[in-house]
Design a protein around this ligand. Structure first.
Ligand SMILES: Cc1ncc(COP(=O)(O)O)c(C=O)c1O
Length: 372
């Protein structure tokens, strides 16, 4: 990647650390910090103008809605701001008019699997799609889906070993049965190019504190135009319900995903995320993805050469590579003491998870490999 040295200077952490843990929390460049500060200063130096401060914040959120929709290939009317990935997932699950006997399918590697009070109360059966070795086979999904399936939940990139789904193929199977596809894309957006219209996905929930480099506490949900009227908002407030006098009237934002926003959102996060997407657009998301894939190819080869059992499918182009490891937590701690940050987990038989971003280089990988 061009300018890698000047890019790395935007991330103060990289001066001391070999940071390979973006699937946990991404690093924040100074531009995103400036976005936070801009909001604080605007409020701190509060001047009364014709435009209220709330309207300024709302205008920024409109700018951000457009930026997000361009980044993920959808329309801005299809984006709702939420708090975290889980809040977007819950909006979908609580918004469906479930019937007893319906079922929902999710993979065994979901970070937030959809067994909720709503599904329990409504007698919705949960079906778990099991992994076959290091991947999910769509033939197994075809075997378990039926015409009572209302929703299928998958992670575009699994947080465990980075297994990456072909969303278009999944959507086709799901739609053949009249069900909807809900995607957790928190390990994907910001790292790889996505186009949810092209992939024909119904709902996507994303938190930006990993590959989008911040903020935390603001997230977003994509609800496609065809599905928006099928979901009932599970909460109401001034933002989605007009209240004048004694007669609350519902749904002033009906027909748009914004109808799921019911109150004041995390505007500070809005200012930060605008900066983050500006930053990624300046590099070009295609270049971001290429850098990640190239560095990961190198990592894969080096791990195999070292005799490590790589848990990530080889053909899988994703930001996460995991390998099987005894005492993974100890190794992660040892590396951390050497200022190399990765994740080590006892789960799934014990593994290390390495997750690079555009600012990582071959040198980072060489240093990691040398110390494994
Ligand atoms: C796939 C995936 N989804 C969601 C989350 C976080 O969920 P939330 O944004 O609800 O805190 C993580 C965190 O590691 C994740 O890996």
């Amino acid at each position: 990647m061009n300018n890698i040295e000047s890019i790395r200077e935007d991330f103060p952490t990289l001066k001391d650390w070999t940071y390979l843990d973006n699937a946990f929390v991404g690093l924040m460049p100074k531009q995103v910090r400036e976005g936070y500060m801009e909001w604080i200063d605007e409020w701190y130096n509060f001047r009364i103008t014709k435009n209220t401060i709330l309207n300024c914040w709302l205008e920024k959120s409109t700018i951000l809605r457009n930026m997000i929709s361009n980044l993920i290939g959808v329309q801005s009317s299809e984006i709702a701001f939420t708090m975290c990935t889980g809040s977007g997932l819950n909006i979908v699950i609580n918004g469906i008019d479930w019937k007893k006997g319906d079922n929902v399918i999710f993979t065994e590697w979901e970070h937030n699997p959809l067994v909720t009070n709503t599904t329990r109360k409504n007698g919705v059966e949960s079906r778990v799609l099991k992994a076959s070795g290091n991947r999910f086979e769509l033939s197994n999904l075809e075997k378990m889906i039926d015409d009572k399936t209302r929703l299928v939940q998958i992670s575009q990139v699994c947080y465990t070993n980075g297994f990456r789904f072909n969303l278009k193929d999944v959507a086709q199977i799901v739609h053949e049965h009249g069900a909807k596809l809900l995607v957790d894309a928190t390990q994907a957006v910001g790292a790889i190019q996505v186009d949810y219209k092209k992939d024909d996905v119904d709902y996507v929930s994303v938190a930006p504190y990993k590959y989008l480099m911040g903020p935390a506490g603001l997230a977003f949900l994509y609800v496609n135009n065809q599905s928006v009227n099928e979901l009932t908002p599970d909460r109401v407030g001034w933002k989605n319900q007009l209240y004048e006098g004694d007669n609350p009237e519902e749904s002033i934002t009906e027909g748009k995903a914004e109808k799921f926003e019911y109150g004041t959102i995390n505007f500070q996060g809005v200012y930060a995320l605008i900066k983050s997407i500006e930053y990624l657009n300046k590099i070009g998301i295609e270049n971001v993805e290429n850098q990640i894939i190239n560095v990961n190819k190198y990592l894969y080869e080096k791990l195999e050469y070292l005799g490590k059992k790589v848990w990530t499918p080889i053909e899988n182009e994703s930001p996460i590579i995991s390998f099987i490891q005894e005492n993974p937590e100890n190794l992660a701690k040892k590396l951390q003491n050497m200022k190399i940050k990765v994740t080590g987990r006892r789960a799934h038989g014990g593994h290390m998870r390495v997750s690079v971003h555009f600012y990582n280089t071959i040198d980072d990988i060489d240093l990691l490999i040398k110390n494994l």
